[in-house]
Design a protein around this ligand. Structure first.
Ligand SMILES: [Zn+2]
Length: 751
């Protein structure tokens, strides 16, 4: 069978119901089908599994998928089976005649995909079975488990390299959603991949919003957040087993269907609680970090960290479990400095000094992230070596509520000077708390004992609340004016930079701490959101749940929320229209088309059909620091445009709306990557109809999903057509010499 990308696209539609690949998917598949070893690092929600599932259908023989968890295998095989793909798994839960049935299916070449855990793969005699079963590719999922530098280290992953000698010429495809450079190197070394093609996607998750909220009465904060979202499912991560249970109990008492999950539960209870969450029977799971790997639930709408995570990688991975379906989701971290202190204390029990030091460093980085005043997305991506191109991500607390900058020179001088004087007088350093006490003129035992009330800086900060001094001190530490000792006492000394600033009275500009203490996020148009008929959506969800229960599978195996939302925009009434819905392939059409179309028809009999504007374009993808950055979505558009494809063609090929393509091209013009007159991609007639700038009321209407009613008569033609929206903006920009960036920012925000 030929294995080109041409043959992949029809297979993609037929089996999985999609018209286009997501970034890097096609490139990964083509390389793998060409027999290359491939390492693919794709963030959660980027369609990682498809990278081995689809090529498995295109090639002869069976693809072995090494997967770490039994639950993960079962979910994936259930989902594949629902799409009509011949897949199976072998593990200890499959015994007797069922195991025999599966093995004979493999002997007879009935399956395209076989899932197994690494322990099983390395069992006596299994490799010989694999040789007989015509294994033609090996996909190693969650491959970061191979590295002790990552979390979730699984020593048995290391033995997989032995397969290379036993199955020579069979290409490896190693996949993970998380890997720092160190882990990436380890993967290649441990699997003994001589010259793999490495694909590294952006770690940005545009549909996730990040916010960090000062923690106070966390149970109440969590409950209030959840109460505002009565239909949403989510995960609340806490530090201890005890907190997981007490939080779940508190939420239950408030009427929220919540379950606990941690490693101390009996296996049956743990499995039952996880199952309840996946099947939409429990809305919230209160969990320790034991929960998550292998959880395929795509419609997790929020992840709350009620306690401070121990490192940024873990935080990224845990928040990454939200919004795998690409729809908007919230990630909220409740932060208190006390959590850091508590985490650091635990390290005292560690016997391995080196490991304790690494852990302490990671904990401080995590606290710096939480205390930082920089865009959360910028900070997170920076951790993974990526640069965010814009200055406002529009999806984090910092960008949505920009903080005030202020001239902190005088205050900073007082604090720096106090640190300096303490050291000078006592010849030892103290922690920040003590410095703040001295500034505030407190009468503590330590101040009396060390005669710090005799310092010239004693009491010079009386008029400022202590929390402000603490926040100021933290910022000065973060900005490098003050060094802290690496031990848990974190005593302060002035850095070179701090000493110079003190001596020269260098101006210091700082950011004010936020005053907001609420967890509620502003209602703004969110990246990834799909406006739809919410009433019908509720009906279709209920139908989906009934069907899922009948088949004993999780609801998302029937259809994901994205597919349902598209149904609730397009109201499909024919097989053809139903097949156009993303996520609908021929098997799903055959199994569920009639049922869902009947439900839609019944709905339309009693409700008016709603009309929706084109989907909001996603913000620009970040640039990578490494050269593999040439995969951002705007660059892909530019590449295709340079090949001579029209914006419409590009939109169709990439499964994006045309206005998004216009947006990409306009960005390219704005930053000089493309020399083109906007007239090149829209006609003179279009131009004329948009010659007048739209009235200000019309600008607002663009951002809302509702059809403008009162302004309809004054709305110029350009905004009634999705295609002409961006064209009109470009014209307007040209006339007013406004920067295209500003215009598109206006378009994205709708005002
Ligand atoms: Zn931001």
């Amino acid at each position: 069978m030929s294995a080109t990308s041409d043959s992949l696209l029809p297979l993609l539609k037929q089996s999985f119901g999609y018209d286009a690949f997501r970034p890097l998917q096609r490139e990964i598949m083509v390389a793998s089908l060409a027999g290359r070893d491939v390492v693919a690092i794709l963030p959660t929600g980027a369609g990682k599994s498809l990278c081995f599932q689809l090529p498995a259908l295109a090639r002869e023989g069976v693809t072995l998928v090494v997967s770490p968890l039994i639950a993960l295998m079962k979910d994936q095989v259930d989902a594949l089976t629902a799409s009509g793909v011949a897949a199976t798994f072998l593990n200890s839960s499959i015994q007797g005649s069922e195991a025999q049935r599966r093995r004979s299916g493999l002997e007879n070449g009935h399956y395209k995909l076989l899932y197994a855990a690494p322990e099983r793969v390395m069992m006596q005699g299994f490799v010989e079975d694999l040789q007989r079963w015509n294994v033609t590719a090996i996909a190693v999922d969650e491959v970061h488990c191979i590295s002790e530098w990552g979390h979730d280290f699984r020593p048995e992953y290391r033995q997989l390299a032995q397969l290379r000698a036993k199955l020579p010429g069979v290409p490896f495809l190693a996949l993970t959603a998380t890997a720092t450079e160190q882990v990436r190197g380890d993967i290649i070394r441990q699997l003994e991949l001589p010259e793999p093609e490495v694909f590294l996607a952006s770690f940005n998750r545009p549909n996730l919003s990040y916010s960090i909220v000062p923690k106070s009465k966390s149970t109440r904060q969590v409950y209030e957040f959840i109460r505002e979202r009565p239909n949403d499912a989510g995960i609340v991560y806490v530090q201890s087993r005890k907190s997981a249970e007490s939080l779940a109990a508190a939420l239950l008492a408030e009427g929220v269907k919540a379950v606990a999950y941690h490693a101390g539960l009996q296996p049956e209870e743990r499995a039952a609680n996880q199952e309840a969450f996946i099947r939409d029977e429990a809305r919230v799971v209160c969990a320790t970090i034991a929960f998550g790997m292998g959880i395929n639930k795509p419609d997790v709408r929020f992840v709350i960290h009620a306690d401070l995570p121990k490192n940024i990688e873990g935080y990224y991975q845990e928040t990454g479990r939200a919004g795998r379906d690409g729809l908007p989701a919230d990630c909220v971290l409740l932060y208190s400095r006390g959590d850091l202190v508590r985490n650091l204390k635990f390290l005292d029990e560690m016997t391995d000094a080196k490991a304790a030091e690494i852990a302490a460093r990671q904990m401080r980085l995590m606290a710096d992230f939480a205390e930082g005043s920089e865009c959360r997305r910028v900070s997170l991506l920076d951790y993974f070596g990526e640069q965010w191109p814009g200055d406002n991500c529009g999806g984090c607390d910092i960008c949505l509520q920009p903080r005030e900058q202020w001239d902190a020179t005088t205050q900073a001088q007082k604090l720096l000077s106090c640190v300096f004087r303490i050291k000078q007088k006592s010849n030892f350093s103290t922690g920040l708390n003590h410095v703040v006490e001295v500034l505030a003129g407190a009468n503590t035992e330590k101040i009396r004992k060390w005669y710090h009330d005799q310092l010239s800086t004693y009491g010079i900060g009386k008029d400022t609340p202590r929390e402000e001094w603490t926040a100021l001190g933290r910022q000065l530490i973060r900005l490098g004016y003050i060094d802290t000792s690496p031990d848990n006492f974190q005593t302060l000394t002035l850095s070179k930079q701090g000493l110079a600033a003190l001596m020269n009275r260098t101006p210091i500009v700082l950011t004010r701490s936020p005053v907001v203490a609420s967890t509620s996020t502003a209602k703004v148009s969110r990246a990834g959101s799909i406006a739809c008929d919410e009433g019908l959506f509720a009906e279709l969800r209920a139908l989906r749940k009934r069907l899922a229960d009948e088949k004993a599978v999780p609801p998302y195996v029937i259809f994901g929320d994205t597919s349902l939302r598209h149904m609730c925009r397009a109201y499909p009434q024919t097989d053809r229209a139903f097949l156009d819905i993303p996520g609908v392939g021929s098997q799903k059409l055959a199994d569920y088309g009639q049922l869902f179309m009947a439900e839609i028809k019944a709905w339309l009999a009693g409700h008016e059909r709603q009309i929706f504007a084109a989907e909001a374009p996603l913000p620009p993808a970040p640039k990578m620091k490494s050269e593999s950055g040439a995969n951002s979505t705007a660059l892909e558009t530019l590449r295709l445009y340079r090949q001579g494809l029209s914006p419409e063609k590009i939109a169709a090929q990439r499964n994006l709306v045309v206005s998004t393509i216009h947006n990409h091209l306009a960005q390219a013009i704005a930053n000089g990557a493309l020399q083109a007159d906007p007239r090149d991609y829209f006609s003179a007639e279009d131009d004329n109809s948009c010659a007048k700038p739209p009235p200000s009321t019309a600008w607002k209407a663009w951002g809302s999903s509702k059809k403008p009613s009162t302004t309809a008569s004054t709305t110029p033609r350009c905004i009634t057509s999705g295609r002409l929206r961006s064209a009109g903006l470009i014209t307007y920009a040209r006339q007013t010499l406004c920067s295209l960036n500003i215009m598109f920012a206006m378009m994205q925000r709708g005002g």
